[in-house]
Design a protein around this ligand. Structure first.
Ligand code: WT7
Length: 711
């Protein structure tokens, strides 16, 4: 494994050698009444007990949800298949919304939406109305949420959505995104949310894989004052789906940006040009046709709650399956413990992730709502309105105005804020903050220390939460009242999580030896499968490491890690062919397929290279088709590099745009024909100098001949 790990974000250069340990503080010091777990000794005792009796631990957590029928068995484990709370009946929407209304909290704030200070004031105004420069805020109580969700659930029913169907959602960060997801859950349909930054091809691929017949979108979303045209992308996807024999029956469009382009082509009941069987509907017109009474469907604990696609080492994304009872239990518990959530105590939780990623599913939507703590949704960028030099203080202004108590973001964002300067957060009153979270990639100690000092005022515990789309929620994280923190370490396993660093033989390694991060026992939030692909589920996650004594498979996260002498975990990054770019997972194959779909490209190899802000950036090595160049009178020049980078952005999404495109006559390969990615990574990182340095072409022949035997 060795240097293969250097591809992960662990490769970020760290000039600061930070060995300080930050002690856990008393709850009172931060203005909390108490901590859920208030000392390291208590954590250790609880963790030990949770592993000795996982069924006892998880069933007592599950009892904190509302169930329509209790389970017969806590766990059925036929590795790698787990069933949790077998026979139990519940509903995710009921647990997030209805039970709070029934318990008398209907008038409490459930959700706070903050939009960009542009665009129409609300989501329901007519196109062309005046733009506002005021902050746009919309709050929804549990009662309002219940009404809106019920109404939209009836819209879905009217469009033929039934229990067990999969609804595709491609929306901006607006309350209606949360409403659409909860409406699906309410009627027992699974949602498959696609991040709004993805290109039409991603919608096509995912809707096809999920056999989705209904897509929910918006005319557009706001990003730095510009409209991101979501509906146009959906129309393109719907056409290419139709060309591939998959008919989407209905597209529901929320009017949000109110710009004219798609509206002009839009008439209720009209089909999409090129896919006439697909009916288009305005969200607000459909709402007017239905009532706001809709019961919550009684769901089996193991019924699918959602599908969420994530990148893997093949070109095709994996549809990660999460089910109902176990996921809800795990997310409710982790959200409560990690962020010390206490309902009715004035907490306001802000997780800045887009709902289109798992962080948004678990910790913007389900986690805070289940814990009855108001959740803030922000549509927009951290630097709009933009200040001189592209800087912005939007986040700090929002925290101060809404008195946010727990804030959760990604290292890439923190590094950006650091670059923008200490004076921006200093201008705002951040004294409401009590806990700071980070997620998405290893955080470099410099960024951790800056976050602690300049955002947390030196007083807020930092929870560095390590987890994955597949794990449903936090699997390693400090608990704020209990765990002393070390900058850069995600510290200790969550209660009920049996984490270890092992070698290929499954043997636990001694302190500070690098190895594979595994989980040795099932947990309620674990993925239940890869949609429609049993083989990938088994081989990707359960095929590599086994319990040396029993032969039972371990869950392998595809991350390298070490555990230090105090039992702290240090995640070193991915050891498979995926790259974390700004905290977002991207398959190298996805980017390579996009590149070779350009007629100029013969072959492409994509690797990550260290980047100060993004953690990793994409570097693409490309061989060109000479005949195409001649026929089109093109040269391997800067213009072509730009064109190829743009092509990737168009095919996959802007987040996949390579920072560097480098032309080469041939790709370095081993004798057996494998691309020498390690060599390419070293070259991209500037570790390895290329002997023959021409401006446009790279010749790897010398280095690759030297290295051919090593790979
Ligand atoms: C991969 C999973 C988990 C929600 C967002 C990402 C990396 C995530 C940390 C962290 C070190 C981290 C891992 C993991 N990762 N959080 N705190 N420290 N690495 O979900 O897109 O499924 O990515 O993100 O490499 O495998 P995801």
């Amino acid at each position: 494994m060795g240097s293969a790990m250097a591809s992960g974000a662990g490769a970020i250069s760290s000039t600061l050698q930070e060995h300080r340990v930050f002690p856990a503080v008393a709850a009172r010091e931060l203005g909390f009444d108490s901590w859920h777990v208030s000392s390291l000794a208590e954590y250790k005792r609880l963790h030990k007990r949770s592993l000795e009796d996982p069924e006892g631990f998880w069933s007592s957590e599950a009892r904190k949800l509302s169930w329509f029928a209790m389970w017969d068995r806590v766990l059925e484990w036929n590795a790698p298949d787990a069933k949790w709370f077998v026979g139990g009946k519940t509903n995710a929407c009921y647990n997030c919304v209805d039970r709070h209304v029934q318990a008398g909290y209907g008038d409490e704030v459930a959700l706070i939406w903050e939009g960009e200070p542009v665009g129409p004031r609300t989501s329901h105004v007519a196109p062309g109305s005046a733009y506002s420069k005021e902050p746009q805020v919309r709050t929804l109580t549990y009662r309002a949420l219940q009404q809106e969700v019920s109404r939209f659930a009836n819209v879905l029913k009217r469009l033929g959505v039934r229990k067990g169907d999969i609804v595709t959602i491609y929306m901006p960060m607006v309350p209606e995104l949360a409403i659409a997801m909860l409406a699906c859950a309410r009627i027992g349909a699974a949602h498959s949310v696609i991040f709004g930054g993805f290109a039409p091809h991603a919608i096509t691929e995912r809707a096809m894989d999920a056999h989705s017949k209904v897509i929910i979108t918006a005319d557009g979303g706001w990003r730095r004052g510009e409209v991101v045209k979501l509906q146009v992308n959906v129309e393109e996807a719907v056409r290419s789906l139709a060309n591939n024999g998959h008919i989407v029956n209905h597209v529901v469009v929320l009017r949000h940006t109110g710009h004219d382009a798609p509206s002009a082509r839009f008439a209720t009941g009209a089909g999409v040009e090129g896919a006439v069987a697909t009916k288009m509907h305005w969200w607000h017109e459909e709402l007017a046709r239905v009532s706001d009474a809709c019961p919550c469907e009684s769901m089996d604990s193991e019924d699918m709650l959602f599908l969420l696609y994530t990148s893997g080492s093949t070109g095709k994304p994996k549809g990660i399956v999460h089910t109902t009872g176990g996921y809800l239990t795990f997310v409710q518990t982790t959200c409560k413990l990690t962020f010390n959530m206490q309902p009715g105590t004035g907490q306001v939780f802000w997780c800045s992730a887009d709902i289109g990623w798992v962080t948004g599913h678990s910790y913007v939507l389900y986690g805070p709502l289940m814990n009855r703590v108001p959740t803030l949704l922000y549509e927009g960028a951290p630097n709009f309105p933009t200040m001189e030099g592209g800087k912005g203080d939007r986040f700090w202004e929002i925290i101060a105005r809404h008195k946010v108590t727990q804030f959760y973001t990604a290292p890439t964002a923190i590094r950006t804020f650091m670059k923008w300067g200490d004076d921006l957060p200093a201008r705002h009153d951040l004294s409401s903050l009590k806990i700071l979270g980070t997620v998405g990639e290893p955080i470099n100690p410099e960024a951790w220390i800056w976050y602690n000092q300049h955002i947390g005022g030196g007083r807020c515990p930092i929870v560095d939460t390590y987890w994955q789309t597949e794990t449903g929620g936090h699997i390693c994280t400090p608990l704020p009242g209990a765990t002393p923190t070390k900058p850069g370490s995600c510290t200790m396993p969550m209660l009920g999580i049996d984490a270890a660093v092992v070698n290929e033989a499954g043997e636990e390694l001694e302190a500070n030896k690098g190895g594979l991060f595994v989980i040795r026992k099932p947990w309620p939030g674990m993925l239940r499968g890869v949609y429609g692909n049993r083989e990938r589920f088994v081989s990707n996650y359960w095929g590599r490491v086994k319990d040396p004594a029993t032969g039972m498979p371990y869950y392998f996260s595809a991350d390298g890690a070490r555990r230090d002498e105090d039992g702290y975990f240090w995640v070193q990054g991915r050891i498979d062919d995926v790259i974390k770019v700004s905290g977002h997972l991207l398959g190298t194959m996805e980017v390579e397929s996009a590149l070779v779909s350009h007629p100029a490209v013969a072959e492409a190899a994509v690797v990550g290279m260290p980047h100060d802000i993004k953690g990793n950036a994409i570097c693409a090595f490309v061989t060109l088709r000479p005949n195409w160049l001649i026929a089109h009178k093109r040269a391997p020049d800067e213009a072509l590099k730009k064109e190829l980078a743009q092509h990737v952005a168009k095919e996959v999404g802007a987040l996949a745009r390579p920072d560097q495109v480098r032309f080469t006559e041939s790709l370095p390969k081993t004798r057996s024909g494998k691309i020498m990615r390690r060599l390419l990574r070293d070259i991209a990182a500037g570790v390895e100098k290329i002997t023959q340095d021409t401006t446009t072409l790279e010749d790897f022949s010398v280095v690759s001949r030297l290295r051919a035997d090593e790979e």
